[in-house]
Each structure stands twice: as structure tokens, then as C-alpha cells.
Write a protein that binds this ligand. Structure first.
Ligand code: ZN
Length: 681
């Protein structure tokens, strides 16, 4: 469910990765700088908006207004993450912009890195681990910087320079104070132990009681109580401070509504207009019933080309799971890429009939799913700079069950991840030779996309259970077996001439590139995500190793996948792609049998033998080789810059996109233009 976040960037590696062959649609290809910065464990990239000029003026205008609405909530996420974040950000920005002293000192470099990290995490806790990170400079240097920066640079509400130094030094430097944003520690009061700003003076018990009282038993349409408010104790009373126009965060929400209002005027169709107006009403009232109404309208809008998320959506930041962080993502359908999934889904029966599984486990009538592929136009709030590569919303189970959910992959983000990794040495380190690297360069991107398409549109929907089998027989092995089934379906058909006949890939070389990257990843590169000495736990990783290792073992006699050693480094090289395809077919047949018959022992035997254990020496070697590449494990993006163009009579005639703004410039611009909230503390 929810957001699919790409944590480690192991390109073309995961089946989550999808990216189209957008080269033709790109501008400035070749000279384009995909990665623009790296600091601490972070790298900053750019993404492009392919097909921008194919959008008409009204669509561009709509995106522009939604973009503005996406930027206006930036302060909210800082404040939600920690009540001192906005103050700290403003202090650091004041110093960064106005400190007159030496900017070559090591301390200054350290300050710059710290500020960049604060921007990236929307606060002083790591965006992923949620641990507080500490500056590399000392308290004395902080005091010096504040003292030497002009007083008028700092917000007046913060008091004197002395007040600033006294109050914020321990908050920034003492590792014991508010050390974790989200604490899940068993046996602790997770509300008190978490530094987030969702509760004040309230214990976990009190929060639980407060919300338990609201829930109506057996409500078929339960409201997401607590989603859009801070829970505080005022005197002896516990009350909610609701995030709405005339409530908490009102100053930012009002601006969001201003732009949504403008967006509603240029909506693509009446339904979309209604969606935007319902959201505006929700922001005005804070009424969560209204938000459900909005979500239902949103999830059932399949017509609009422009789409967006804007609201209090995900609850990862609250260990209790009530409160949602503010985020926004504006996007538009990638028509070319979506066509591809439509072709696959309309030919679903052909694939089913021609799959290598036992005919008695095939569906007589199969319905493909056509997935929507989108491009992001703007990332905001909790989606910025660290962003999901896929969306699956809305979150309430009852809405999903009754009205469905939207599942989309964000193509241009994944594409940018891939492009920015070219030349970072990762592929070259683990691929056997230049030919393999070149084949990947030529087809790897499309191969990854098609794999995802086949997996999602056809793989999961194929096959049927034997009479009497319900589907939960495989228990804990169910999920890796199911993912293996979908992956094998994709792998088997990505080398089928039918794919070329259908016009969705130029030649079988695309399949070869996919086989190379799949085996490389399954046997080696995905191990960079596992700590040395650990086993493989995650379902997708288990499925990939299962497939790769099984084929390696079963192809040994014919040397289908060869283990080679050069300069003490191990490589796995496919010597016969056609034979490997046969092995994929055999394993697919067996895995479909296991699933169709609910063969628990069969599943257990396969998983335990091939998917779980890691050869210690190989693992160590992979980690060593990866470590030497110095690739930052987390990534995020700067947004493009959109500029409206007017004619002499002040009529809007176009909106121009540029990819020139740097990370620091963008952050400072957003802090100047889109900072509306007071410092509540
Ligand atoms: Zn899957």
C-alpha cells in the first residue's frame, strides 16, 4: 500500500523500477546533469518533465496552480516533524545568508552540510532512520556564527542572539534531547518518546483513550479520526488543534486554498473541478468526512490527464498511526508509456494461453490490468526532496474495498534515478564486460519498465487455483512465491518474439539486457542492502534470489550461467539466454503448481533452499566492492522551475520549464517565497 519509496538506489535492480525509453522526448539529453549534489549519505538529482510541450495551455496552467499549492505547505511538514524545526531552519538560513566572516573554514563547510541535511529531512531528524543527526561543528562555533551575524537577520520572535544560543544549542547539539522523531520501542510510551509534533503533554494511554471513544463499533465507513490535528493537553482537558484554514497551520492552508481555487477555474472537466472544490472545503472545515468524500471522488476520476495529491496523507510519522504528514505531488499521465500497458492488457489472453504452466492451472478468461504511468511535475511537503516512485492511494481500507485505489508508477522519477546512476561505477563494477554494460545502456531502461509492466499487468493476474484451494495455504511463503510467479511470468515473456510483434520493444536484445540485470541483481548486487551476516527477509529480495540461484544451479550442466573470477572478483555471466528462458519457464511451471495446489511443503523447500541464505564470503565481497564506489544510499530531487509567460496585454501565453536551479538556491527560494507559518515555539 501507500508509497513505494526507493531507499537504496540499486538501479535497474528492483522490480519496482520502471522507466520508459523517454530519450526522444527529452531535451538537453547528453549534456543534462542528473546528479547535482552529494553530502552526508544523500545525493541530490534533477528530474525532467517529458512531453511538457505537448500539454495545452490550460493543462499547463492547471499544473502551475497545483504546483503553487504544492509549495505552500512546505512549512507544515517541518513543524509536524518537530516543533523546533522551523526556528532552527530560519536561524541556520539567516547565518548562511548573512554571516560576514570566513567562509572557507572547515566549520563553515560543516555548517553547510548540516543545513543541507536539515532541508533534506524537513528537520533535524534523519528522513529515513528518524534519528536526530548532529552537526560536525561545535557549540562554540555555532555561538560565534550567531553572534557575528547581524541581529536583524534573525526572526524577531526568537529574541536576542543570546536567547537563540541558549535555547537552541542543547536542542541541536545534545544527542539525548528528542533523539528520535518516531519511536516504536516496545514497552515505551511511544507518544512521549517520539520527538514529532503530533502530541503535546499527552501520554500514549491518553491518546488511545481519546480516539477509542470516537470510534463507532461496526462502522462500515470509519472516519480516520485524528488524521488532521495535533492532540494537546490544555489544563486538564485534552483537545485537538485541527489543521484547517482558521485553525493550526491556517496561514499555510489558506495559501494552499488560494491556489486550489485558481486551479478549480481551469479544471479539465466538471468532475475534477468538484474534486478540487471538495478539497478546498475540507481544508476550510477540517471535516474528515469531507476528506473521505474527496478521496472517493479522487479515486474514481480516471479521465483527467492532470492529477495531484495534496493533503494530510501518510501516517508513518506517528507511531500511533493517527496523524498524517502533509504532502503534495502534482503529475500528468504519460500517454506513450500508458499505451504500452494497454497493449499488454488487451492481449492478456494470448499470454495466458502461451505461458509454460500446466493447462489445468490456466485461466480460460483472463483480464489484464492496465496500469497508469505518470510523470511528476512538482514534489512538495513530505514528498520532497525524498520522493516515492509509485503511489497507491487512498489509504482507508473501506474506501479501497468499495471504490478501489489508484496505483501508479512515476516514470520520470525512476528514469532520473537511472540516468543519474550511469557512470557512478555500480554497473561497471558488477557487469562482466563492456558489451554487457553497453547492452544495458542501450536497453536497460526499457527492459526494466517492461519487466514491471508484465509483472503488474499480467503476472499477478495470471493462473488459477485448483478446486478446493483457497489461496492462503502457503502462509509465510505465500508472498515470495507470488512475487516469484509474477517475476517469472515477466522474465519468460520479455524474451518472446510476440513482444516485438506487438511493437512494444525493438528487438530481443531488450530481453537479454533484462536477463543480465536480473541475474546480476539476484545473485549479487541486491546483497548490498543486507547487513553482513544477516539472512534475506524481504519478500521481493527472496523471490529474486530464489529465481537467480535456482536457475544457476539447474543450468550448471549446460553452463547456462557461468561463475567467473577475474582479479579476485566474482562475476555471474549468462552464456545462453535462450536456455535461461527455458529454465525460467520450468520454474514458472513449478511455482504455479505450488500456488495452484497450495503445496506448503513445496514452497517451503524452494524458499529455504534458494531464497534465504547468503554465502558469507560472496556477501562480504559484494559489500566491499560496493563500499569502494562511495555511492550515497539515499536520494532526493530538486523541482524544475516553472515560469508563466505573458503577452503585452497580460494574457498568459505559456509556462516555461527550466532545469537550472541548484539545491541550495531552490531551498532558499522556497524558504523566502513559501514560508507562511509562525514559529509556534
Ligand atoms: Zn508484485
Amino acid at each position: 500500500m501507500k508509497h513505494i519509496k526507493l531507499i537504496m538506489i540499486l538501479l535497474a535492480a528492483s522490480s519496482l523500477l520502471s522507466c520508459t525509453n523517454q530519450n526522444d522526448a527529452k531535451t538537453q539529453e547528453g549534456s543534462f546533469e542528473w546528479q547535482i549534489d552529494q553530502f552526508a549519505d544523500i545525493r541530490i538529482m534533477r528530474y525532467q518533465v517529458p512531453g511538457w510541450d505537448d500539454l495545452n495551455l490550460e493543462q499547463k496552467e492547471l499544473i502551475y496552480y497545483l504546483n503553487q499549492a504544492a509549495l505552500c505547505g512546505r512549512d507544515i511538514i517541518f513543524d509536524q516533524n518537530y516543533k523546533h524545526n522551523l526556528s532552527i531552519r530560519r536561524i541556520l538560513e539567516a547565518v548562511y545568508q548573512d554571516y560576514p566572516g570566513d567562509r572557507d573554514a572547515q566549520g563553515w563547510q560543516d555548517l553547510t552540510v548540516y543545513l543541507k541535511r536539515v532541508w533534506f529531512s524537513n528537520g533535524i531528524h534523519h528522513h529515513y532512520s528518524t534519528d536526530k543527526f548532529l552537526p560536525l561543528f561545535g557549540q562554540e562555533y555555532f555561538a560565534q556564527l550567531v553572534n557575528e551575524t547581524p541581529s536583524e537577520s534573525f526572526p524577531k520572535e526568537l529574541g536576542t542572539k543570546n536567547d537563540i544560543i541558549t535555547k537552541y544549542s542543547p536542542i541541536i547539539f545534545d544527542p539525548a534531547i528528542d533523539s528520535k522523531r518516531v519511536s516504536q520501542e516496545a514497552g515505551m510510551d511511544v507518544v512521549s518518546a517520539s520527538a514529532n509534533n503530533y502530541y503535546e503533554g499527552v501520554t500514549q494511554k491518553e491518546a488511545e483513550t481519546f480516539y477509542a471513544r470516537m470510534v463507532k463499533p461496526n462502522d462500515p465507513e470509519p472516519i480516520s479520526y485524528g488524521l488532521n490535528s495535533k492532540l494537546v493537553k490544555e489544563g486538564n482537558k485534552i483537545v485537538e488543534r485541527v489543521w484547517k484554514v482558521d485553525g493550526m497551520y491556517g496561514a499555510a492552508i489558506e495559501k494552499i486554498n488560494y491556489w486550489l481555487q485558481k486551479a478549480s477555474q481551469v479544471a479539465e472537466n466538471p468532475k475534477q473541478k468538484q474534486i478540487i472544490e471538495t478539497l478546498i472545503e475540507y481544508y476550510q472545515t477540517g471535516n474528515l468526512k469531507k476528506f473521505d468524500e474527496y478521496s472517493i471522488l479522487w479515486v474514481t476520476d480516471l479521465e483527467s490527464r492532470i492529477d495531484f495529491v495534496n493533503g494530510f496523507i501518510e501516517n508513518y510519522g506517528d507511531p500511533m498511526g493517527y496523524k498524517a504528514s502533509w504532502e503534495s505531488l502534482v503529475n500528468y499521465t504519460d500517454i506513450e508509456a500508458t499505451k504500452r500497458t494497454v497493449i499488454l492488457s488487451t492481449n492478456a489472453q494470448w499470454f495466458e494461453n502461451n505461458s509454460p504452466v500446466d493447462p489445468k492451472f490456466k485461466k480460460e478468461k483472463v483480464k489484464g490490468v492496465s496500469a497508469k504511468v505518470i510523470n511528476a511535475a512538482m514534489l512538495g511537503g513530505d514528498c520532497y526532496p525524498s520522493t516515492p516512485i509509485g503511489i497507491n492511494l487512498p489509504n482507508p481500507d473501506w474506501i479501497r474495498a468499495k471504490h478501489g485505489s489508484k496505483s501508479v508508477t512515476i516514470d520520470n522519477i525512476t528514469y532520473a534515478y537511472n540516468k543519474s546512476s550511469e557512470g557512478n561505477g555500480f554497473l561497471e563494477e558488477f557487469a562482466w564486460d563492456k558489451a554487457e554494460v553497453e547492452l544495458h545502456g542501450k536497453h536497460g531502461s526499457l527492459a526494466g519498465s517492461l519487466h514491471t509492466d508484465l509483472h503488474e499487468c499480467l503476472g499477478h493476474g495470471s493462473g488459477k487455483l485448483a478446486p478446493g484451494v483457497v489461496g492462503d495455504e502457503l502462509k509465510q511463503y505465500g508472498s515470495p512465491i507470488e512475487e516469484s510467479r509474477a517475476d517469472l511470468f515477466a522474465l519468460y515473456f520479455i524474451m518472446d518474439p510476440k513482444m516485438v510483434d506487438l511493437g512494444i520493444m525493438p528487438s530481443l536484445d531488450v530481453g537479454k539486457a533484462e536477463y543480465n540485470q536480473y541475474i546480476r541483481n539476484g545473485l549479487m548486487t541486491q546483497l548490498t542492502r543486507v547487513e553482513l551476516g544477516n539472512k534475506i527477509e524481504q519478500a521481493h529480495m527472496r523471490n529474486r534470489q530464489l529465481i537467480a540461484r535456482w536457475c544457476y544451479e539447474h543450468g550448471k550442466n549446460d553452463n547456462v550461467i557461468e561463475k567467473r573470477v577475474r582479479n579476485d572478483k566474482i562475476y555471474y555471466v549468462i552464456t545462453d539466454h535462450a536456455k535461461l528462458r527455458e529454465l525460467f519457464g520450468q520454474l514458472l511451471k513449478e511455482i504455479q503448481r505450488i500456488k495452484s495446489t497450495g503445496d506448503y511443503l513445496g514452497a517451503q523447500q524452494l524458499i529455504e533452499e534458494y531464497a534465504v541464505n547468503i554465502d558469507f564470503d560472496l556477501h562480504k565481497e559484494v559489500l566491499d566492492r560496493f563500499g569502494k564506489l562511495n555511492i550515497a544510499p539515499y536520494g532526493g530531487f530538486v523541482n524544475p522551475v516553472y515560469t508563466p509567460i505573458y503577452d503585452n496585454n497580460d494574457n498568459l501565453i505559456d509556462i516555461k520549464v527550466e532545469y537550472t536551479q541548484g539545491y541550495t538556491d531552490q531551498m532558499l527560494e522556497y524558504s523566502t517565497k513559501y514560508s507562511f507559518l509562525p514559529m509556534y515555539n
